[in-house]
Design a protein around this ligand. Structure first.
Ligand code: ATP
Length: 319
């Protein structure tokens, strides 16, 4: 391997820049040429590929987002489009690709390896929903942002004796919600991993009111229900002012926290080391603070994200 490419794909996550920097600097230290691809798989298809040098990644370690740009490009599912992407890399003699993204991006990488192109995938998503890793790049930064928002909501909810419902990102994974709820001292938690019943939730909230609670914060993962409707329902049933706050893309932005910068730098370097050792189809993870790698096909089929039921149990005892 002499020339490699790097791209970021799917939802952006703070720390992606630090990961790109890790890839670029490690590649150059090992006398490899390194190419950046704009806008994920879309840029690969559209031939937006350019050479990077060590200064291309100066002053990015502390920046949120991804300077390469990211995109969702569903036409990458079509074989012929992936063939064009591979042709674009091959005409520059690029023969390996490092993909930084979530599980959707992993599938794109797996498809490329099935077509004979070497790919290493790095977990970059705030959702922490990627298999084979305890943490993904961006998760801890998003968590800090969310908890700061919950703290602010607490000030105003408590002043007005209000019930606040906070919708948190995570897709089908409740990690962000659960951790943020514990750190933010939320009274009620609704997660995709646990059956949701709005009547049960109401019952719990009423119990809290009867105990003498003056205000309450409900942390809920996105896509479970319409939180504005839920707020109306709870307000009607409890006669307490209830407001829904959808944190939205605020959760994706901001300078990466120290943990994400270190994780991203280590994973970036590790991905290049794996290529140098001759690996062709791996995804990277961190398990008990150690970097690990799996065959991407095996990981997608066999590894599941563990639900932290013990965390939920603890959280419930704290309310
Ligand atoms: P996040 O978790 O932050 O949303 P993600 O990587 O899971 O990130 P997706 O939009 O699911 O985000 O996937 C990113 C991209 O990966 C897609 O836009 C598409 O280009 C590619 N991809 C996803 N699934 C496939 C597939 N089955 N075949 C080929 N490419 C795919």
């Amino acid at each position: 391997i002499k020339k490699i490419g790097v791209l970021t794909s799917g939802g952006d996550a703070p720390g992606m820049n630090a990961a790109i920097r890790g890839v670029v600097r490690t590649a150059l230290s090992n006398d490899l040429e390194i190419f950046g691809i704009n806008d994920g798989y879309l840029g690969l298809f559209k031939d937006k590929i350019f050479k990077l040098n060590r200064f291309s990644v100066s002053d990015v370690i502390n920046k949120g987002g991804t300077f390469l740009g990211s995109a969702r490009f569903s036409p990458f599912k079509i074989y012929n489009n992936r063939q064009i992407a591979i042709k674009n890399m091959k005409k520059r003699d690029i023969n390996a690709l490092i993909v930084i993204g979530g599980d959707g991006s992993y599938i794109g990488a797996q498809k490329l390896t099935e077509m004979g192109f070497a790919c290493i995938s790095i977990p970059g998503t705030i959702d922490n929903d990627v298999v084979g890793t305890d943490y993904s790049i961006g998760y801890f930064t998003a968590l800090e942002t969310i908890v700061k928002c919950i703290d602010k909501l607490r000030d105003t909810s408590s002043s007005h004796q209000r019930i606040s419902i906070v919708e948190i990102m995570g897709r089908q994974c409740g990690d962000l919600t659960l951790a943020a709820a514990i750190a933010g001292g939320c009274e009620f938690i609704v997660l995709p991993e646990v059956n949701y019943d709005k009547k049960e939730l109401l019952k719990e909230i009423k119990k809290g009111i009867n105990k003498g609670k003056k205000h309450a914060i409900v942390a809920i993962t996105e896509y479970i229900c319409n939180v504005t409707e839920l707020a109306k329902y709870i307000e009607k049933e409890t006669q307490r002012e209830t407001r829904a706050t959808i944190l939205g893309h605020i959760q994706r932005g901001g300078s990466p926290v120290v943990y994400d910068r270190i994780l991203a730098s280590r994973m970036g370097a590790y991905s290049v080391e794996l290529l140098l050792k001759g690996y062709k189809s791996r995804c990277i993870g961190i398990k008990n603070e150690k970097l690990v790698h799996y065959d991407i096909k095996f990981a997608l089929k066999n590894l599941k994200k563990n639900f932290k039921s013990d965390w939920l149990k603890t959280a419930k005892t704290l309310f």
